[in-house]
Design a protein around this ligand. Structure first.
Ligand SMILES: Nc1ncnc2c1ncn2[C@@H]1O[C@H](COP(=O)(O)OP(=O)(O)OP(=O)(O)O)[C@@H](O)[C@H]1O
Length: 905
């Protein structure tokens, strides 16, 4: 399809709705009349209300049917175009969506599973809504009162004209109408949200009859799946979309020979539909008023039933039906009703046509518009209910959730560079000069470090993490974990550190929210180059100005290809050995301490931040006697470490389901910890313990940063509540699933994974008496899901809370340092339980968790004990080493004396 064809198509779609006066802006912008198209001027309706439908002989061969009483207009595309666009029907609502949203045309809007969603795209109307203070209450409502831009900037004109070629040329990205997997298009957004102009047409179209019909999807995956199952493959589905070929050979029809089908189809395509049957609405009206047909032969009935069963079973119609808010679960019942209705009333002319078409795609295409009319007529309440549900799971245009922020003029400074390049340092310089500032980071440890550093420099700074709040009197600054960012306050400078985590599948939503919502004149975001493009896109949507500052490592990182060849004696002072499990970490530590003169500090995720900092200090201190660090990937972020060489003990990691290679981006981040400005080791080296791993390390280090495509999102409680109100009889875990299946997202976003939340939700399902809000927040509690003790304790806390009694810890203080690994594990678990209690204490009313202070004290004592235990472990090892040494000396002495005796004898 050529550029001009695409333009014609766009014009056609617009022209179709011009009579309602809603495409005027678009047409003016296009500023040219399509050549070769037999359109009348937009003001003159090109569809004659009398004949209802007519074939428009334009170069694209599209014909349109519409009838005076119908809210729907059908576009039937010729075969080659269908490959690109599918087949479908539009309501005036959709015409609005298309004519105001270039992004829709670009197919940018997707739901969670990567499906295009016409109405969900970021449109150029976005900026116009910035001052709409009435949007403040609920995200769903926020979208509804969007203002339209009256002025048209050059950029948007450019975007608009580029749309015409790009999607269609690639045939991959379409106008959001073609195949997408796994869910079909849900053109569900309330049209009122899109444009104020719609108010007029809203009056015309009765609520129940206004679903946005889309040219929905040929969805190969969803064909046979229940809509409700489609989230299973969610992460993968965000990736490459299937080529939108029109009607894929369907796998679900038993005994259907594809070749025969193809042959049949090629002949069937030639069947001409009489003009009087082109208008689906008219056909439906005929069916509606027809008496039940008394005389229909059994064979005719059987053939007709076969055609209609195929229509119901093959999946294509099911996907299309989503666009008219007939969900997949309801579709079989609707299709069965339609079959009975149709077979019993089918006029002879229609029957003849259908029997000639046979059980074919053409028959389905012919039937679908009639089915749509039937559904709208018969199932208006079901349609309205499902539409409400879909609308309540609308996560499109998340930047519009924060109108006060949008009303601000923000400057974004992106400090872009690899690890150890000084990004945070430079951002902090500006932060400290500002009269007010907020620093947001991924770890408690980092927040605590900045809190201490900044206060030492004389800038009063408070601390706020999930577990802890330290209020400094008269503090103007705040260091916090990103989830705890204060979004309602205005700041002069904000820092969002490690912004590439916006793409994190679990926590990404927190960075996205902070970035979109922070009310700061200047936002300094620090991150690696992987997030640069994404940030640019978000800034384009928010209207913020972006300045990019690029950084390079102070000293390059060198790859030592020799590796340690599996020999501990090659360990040197300043080495950091990275292992990916706790067991491996202690094994390596023990081996090093037994076989070399070095002593090891350890850092891993289960250690409290205080203990990790203490271990880092020990390692950084050249006089401490601890000169080697054994760590997990927890060193990738946050700690300032004087590492000379990073040695990867393994390149595989257990990811919760199975062991797999550690992704290159993680390897790079960890390796980048080697070498630090101003330390004993300004130059960094990376290598592996075993020589077989060196090739993978080399590959990882060479790899350029992989561009993040989308930012994480998660609904706020109010959204969840709205959604839940549509589904009163489901558990919270089911609700999370249903939300993930139903929600709609723009292409720049994905829904963060909720499997961990679901596990907690399942546990809490057994606790009666918790409100939806309680469940929502309880699910976010940081709990070690692999430890039954932690889960059991959370259950106990939730049960007590649900009974409205003060929640007690019942966690005793340990007797002393851990003497073995089991005791060490117990200490770690105890700290996790306390941390959980503290987190709940921060997020629920104070009187519900009254032992917060006690818990904080105990947590700090345990952190100290853990640190001391680790030191003790090292001295045990050196003691053992001495014993071994003594044993081997004695053994040697024995040997010598025996041989001396032998010689003497
Ligand atoms: N201009 C500077 N003067 C003195 N020290 C600096 C300067 N720039 C950076 N540093 C020091 O270099 C180290 C690394 O800097 P910084 O933490 O800012 O790097 P980064 O790029 O943010 O790394 P990461 O992504 O790992 O956080 C820090 O210890 C910091 O104090």
């Amino acid at each position: 399809m050529g550029k001009s064809d695409a333009r014609h198509l766009k014009f056609l779609i617009n022209g179709l709705f011009a009579k309602q006066g809603r495409s005027a802006v678009f047409l003016r912008k296009l500023n040219q009349k399509p050549q070769g198209l037999p359109f009348r001027e937009p003001s003159a309706p090109h569809l004659s209300p009398k004949d209802g439908s007519q074939r428009i002989r334009n170069p694209l061969g599209i014909w349109i049917s519409s009838s005076p009483g119908s809210s729907i207009t059908f576009l039937h595309f010729p075969r080659d175009l269908r490959r690109v666009l599918g087949y479908g029907c539009f309501s005036p609502v959709l015409g609005q969506a298309l004519s105001t949203s270039p992004d829709c045309l670009e197919g940018k809007a997707t739901n969670q599973n990567g499906d295009a969603s016409l109405s969900g795209a970021a449109s150029r109307g976005d900026k116009g809504a910035t001052n709409d203070a009435s949007d403040q209450v609920l995200p769903i409502k926020r979208n509804r009162r969007r203002k339209c831009v009256s002025g048209i900037d050059e950029e948007s004109v450019k975007r608009e004209t580029s749309i015409e070629t790009t999607p269609l040329k690639n045939t991959k990205v379409d106008i959001g109408l073609a195949d997408r997997s796994p869910l079909p298009i849900l053109a569900t957004q309330n049209p009122r949200a899109d444009n104020q102009n719609f108010d007029q047409s809203d009056k015309v179209v009765p609520a129940d009859r206004s679903p946005s019909l889309t040219l929905a999807t040929q969805n190969p995956k969803a064909d046979n799946q229940d809509y409700g199952q489609s989230d299973k493959a969610a992460p993968a589905d965000r990736s490459p979309l299937p080529t939108p070929g029109s009607r894929k050979p369907r796998s679900d029809n038993q005994n259907f020979d594809r070749l025969e089908e193809a042959a049949l189809l090629s002949s069937l395509e030639k069947i001409a539909i009489p003009p009087e049957l082109l208008d689906a609405s008219a056909v439906f009206q005929r069916l509606l008023i027809a008496n039940k047909r008394p005389a229909i032969s059994d064979s005719e009935k059987l053939r007709l039933t076969t055609i209609l069963r195929r229509f119901a079973d093959r999946g294509w119609a099911k996907n299309q039906a989503l666009a008219i808010y007939i969900n997949s679960k309801f579709f079989p019942a609707a299709a069965a009703r339609f079959r009975r209705f149709f077979v019993s009333r089918c006029p002879p002319q229609v029957m003849e046509l259908l029997l000639a078409m046979g059980a074919s795609d053409q028959a389905e295409e012919f039937l679908f518009p009639i089915f749509a009319e039937f559904c709208i007529n018969e199932f208006s309440s079901e349609i309205a209910r499902y539409r409400e549900l879909v609308n309540s799971a609308d996560l499109t245009k998340p930047h519009m959730w924060f109108p006060f922020t949008r009303a601000m003029k923000r400057k974004i400074v992106y400090h872009c560079g690899p690890t150890n390049s000084g990004k945070t340092y430079n951002a902090l310089q500006r932060f400290m000069k500002a009269s007010t500032g907020i620093y947001c980071c991924p770890l408690r440890l980092l927040a605590m470090e900045i809190y201490e550093k900044v206060n030492v420099m004389g800038v009063y700074c408070s601390l706020c993490t999930g577990q802890e709040k330290r209020e400094v009197p008269f503090a103007s600054h705040l260091a916090c974990t990103v989830e705890m960012a204060h979004l309602g306050k205005q700041w002069e400078v904000a820092i969002v550190d490690e912004v590439q985590m916006m793409n994190d599948e679990y926590r990404g939503w927190a960075w996205t929210r902070a970035f979109l919502a922070l009310q700061a004149e200047e936002i300094h975001v620090c991150g690696d180059p992987s997030a640069l493009k994404l940030l640019r896109n978000l800034c384009a949507a928010t209207g913020d100005e972006i300045e990019e500052r690029n950084y390079e490592r102070f000293m390059p990182l060198t790859l030592d290809t020799r590796s340690l060849r599996g020999d501990y004696s090659n360990i040197q002072a300043g080495d950091c050995v990275v292992a990916f499990s706790r067991r491996e970490i202690f094994q390596v530590k023990q081996e090093i301490e037994l076989t070399t003169k070095h002593r090891c500090c350890v850092v891993y995720g289960a250690l409290p931040p205080e203990t990790r900092t203490q271990q880092a200090k020990l390692f950084n201190d050249p006089n401490s006697g601890y000169d080697v660090l054994v760590a997990s990937d927890a060193i990738g972020m946050g700690l300032n470490l004087n590492i000379k060489r990073v040695i990867f003990f393994a390149m595989e990691k257990f990811n919760g389901d199975q062991r797999g290679q550690v992704p290159a981006s993680h390897i790079k981040q960890i390796a980048g910890r080697a070498g630090r400005r101003g330390s004993l080791y300004p130059e960094g080296i990376a290598t592996t313990f075993y020589s077989q791993d060196i090739a993978y390390l080399a590959t990882c280090l060479k790899q350029p940063f992989e561009e993040a495509q989308s930012a994480g999102l998660f609904p706020v409680f109010e959204q969840m509540e709205l959604f839940a109100s549509q589904l009163p009889d489901v558990t919270f875990a089911q609700l999370l699933d249903r939300f993930a299946q139903t929600c709609r997202l723009d292409g720049s976003y994905f829904l963060c994974r909720h499997d961990n939340l679901k596990k907690v939700a399942n546990v809490l399902d057994k606790v009666p008496g918790l409100s939806l809000e309680d469940r929502f927040y309880f699910c976010f509690t940081p709990v070690n899901l692999r430890d039954p003790k932690c889960i059991g304790t959370l259950f106990r806390f939730a049960t007590a809370y649900s009974k409205n009694v003060p929640v007690r810890m019942f966690i005793g203080l340990p007797k002393g340092m851990a003497k073995d690994d089991m005791q060490l594990c117990n200490l770690e678990t105890q700290h996790q339980l306390l941390s959980m209690y503290l987190w709940l204490g921060q997020h629920f009313p104070d009187n519900a968790f009254p032992q917060k202070e006690q818990a904080a004290q105990m947590a700090s004592q345990i952190a100290t004990l853990l640190g001391e235990s680790l030191v003790l472990f090292s001295s045990h090892a050196s003691h053992k080493k001495q014993q071994l040494k003594a044993q081997s000396t004695n053994h040697r002495k024995d040997k010598i004396s025996t041989s001396a005796r032998k010689v003497a004898a």
